[in-house]
Design a protein around this ligand. Structure first.
Ligand SMILES: Cc1cc2nc3c(=O)[nH]c(=O)nc-3n(C[C@H](O)[C@H](O)[C@H](O)COP(=O)(O)O)c2cc1C
Ligand code: SF4
Length: 427
């Protein structure tokens, strides 16, 4: 079936969503049905493998395979739900946690049962506005005696790299929330040195639906090779931070239209977030939202972010702002981050300020080509992809700045979200 034929919006995760508050335990059961492992003779790990579910946290790793590997590692394992959503342009996990907390907690409980975990940890950023809904949901579940596996709620430092999985594990083990040099990876040896399943909260919510309805049901919508639905955060001319649920394989054009974005009023689209790829509008219209389709074009689905920049926003200034943010957010442990990211940010700031030295351009190109694959985590890879593809997508703005003309008259800046950095806070 062609992607276009499967492109209608579909509410699965967001079924029963209330606009202003979380579903109570009873409302959640009414919307999604009783909490249940797959029927007789079925095992959740096998069902998740058959479903073809890929992780929704960024890398798109097959969830069933990860569950099987963790389960094979030891008699007692650990489940970690990654709800930090450090990607500034992403809001999907926040919507799930603050409106459908029980779906995520169901996923944790069911995954724990399937892989013999005896502890669960759910992490969000410190001070997250989803915390009240999560505390209420946990109390409701305790009263209803739903869970066999105890879940602990944690507040993680609000840093971009603190939600990388080895950083989460290091934090839960009492250290700083900084990525660690690997191996062992968390699935081999994670929390309390036990095999640890780290999954994004949307992935776990999908697991809760697969347990209820089965792998065939899951595969009935979306792309044949990467089935199911996907939460996407869309911003652009006409809308800001709108979270929509669409079948995988839906075209970017249809997804942005459903969210209310006018692509005709945009100059470029960022696909995937600050680890993602910039594309021009012509190319964006031809894209479909699957890992394989985007990778084939050198991109990535990342955290499911689509950010269409309106005409009149200066691309160079925006790239400089985000590059500086990504430089500030590094854990400062590896050469590419310590030296490369600040140098890239400084070069872009010079360009944005209209004082361009071509020697800086040569150094910028060198950093962009040398840095990927050289850090302990993928932070430098994502940051260089963001900057490299951005320079190409905003070529006209770049050329104008190189000629010292600074921004076009009336150009807007400050459009891309750049949070303040909690300097020095890693615990
Ligand atoms: C710098 C960095 C930041 C990350 N931040 C997040 C995040 O905020 N949320 C998330 O789910 N995954 C994040 N990831 C990916 C996690 O390391 C991990 O792959 C993911 O939680 C696994 O879940 P999944 O298999 O369900 O996708 C990040 C990765 C990197 C390199
Ligand atoms: S690559 Fe950067 S963010 Fe990742 S561990 Fe090294 S210094 Fe930290």
């Amino acid at each position: 079936m062609s992607p276009a034929a499967r492109s209608k919006p579909t509410a699965r995760l967001l079924a029963g969503l209330l606009p202003d508050r979380a579903l109570t335990w009873e409302e959640h059961l009414a919307a999604h049905g009783p909490l249940a492992q797959p029927g007789p003779g079925k095992h959740l790990v096998v069902e998740v493998e058959r479903s073809g579910l890929l992780g929704r946290g960024g890398a798109g790793f097959p969830t069933g395979r990860k569950m099987r590997t963790v389960a094979a590692g030891a008699r007692r394992t650990v489940v970690v739900a990654n709800g930090a959503e450090s990607e500034p342009a992403s809001h999907k996990d926040h919507v799930l946690l603050s409106h459908e907390p029980h779906l995520v907690l169901d996923g944790m409980e069911l995954a724990a049962g399937a892989i013999a975990a005896d502890q669960g940890h759910l992490l969000v950023h410190r001070g997250s506005s989803a915390l009240p809904a999560l505390r209420v949901a946990l109390a409701e579940r305790a009263r209803a005696r739903v869970d066999r596996t105890p879940v602990t709620l944690h507040e993680l430092p609000a840093r971009y790299v603190a939600s990388e999985e080895s950083a989460l594990v290091h934090f839960l083990n009492g250290g700083d929330a900084k990525p660690t040099y690997t191996p062992p990876r968390p699935f081999e040896q994670g929390v309390a040195r036990r095999p640890t399943l780290v999954n994004n909260v949307e992935t776990l919510a999908q697991v809760a639906l697969i347990a209820r309805h089965g792998s065939e049901w899951f595969r009935a919508v979306g792309d044949a090779d990467e089935p199911g639905t996907l939460l996407v955060t869309v911003s652009g001319p006409g809308t800001v931070d709108k979270v929509v649920e669409v079948p995988t394989g839906t075209s970017l054009e249809q997804t942005t239209r459903v969210a209310g974005v006018d692509l005709g009023a945009a100059s470029a689209v960022l696909v995937g977030g600050y680890f993602g790829t910039w594309v021009g509008i012509g190319q964006a219209r031809a894209l479909h939202l699957t890992q394989h389709a985007l990778r084939a074009g050198g991109g990535a689905l990342g955290a499911g972010v689509l950010l269409a920049v309106p005409h009149g926003v200066c691309g160079v200034t925006e790239l400089a702002r985000v590059a500086r943010y990504l430089a500030r957010e590094s854990a400062g442990q590896c050469g590419p981050c310590l030296n490369g990211l600040p140098a890239i940010a400084a070069a872009l700031e010079e360009l944005a300020g209209g004082s361009w030295d071509p020697r800086r351009g040569a150094a910028l190109d060198r950093w962009l080509s040398l840095m990927p694959g050289r850090g302990a985590c993928r932070h430098p890879d994502g940051a260089t992809r963001f900057v490299g593809t951005g320079l190409a997508a905003f070529a006209e703005d770049v050329e104008r700045h190189q000629r010292g003309m600074i921004c076009a008259p009336g150009a807007r800046t400050g459009w891309l979200p750049v949070p303040a950095t909690a300097e020095g806070v890693w615990r």
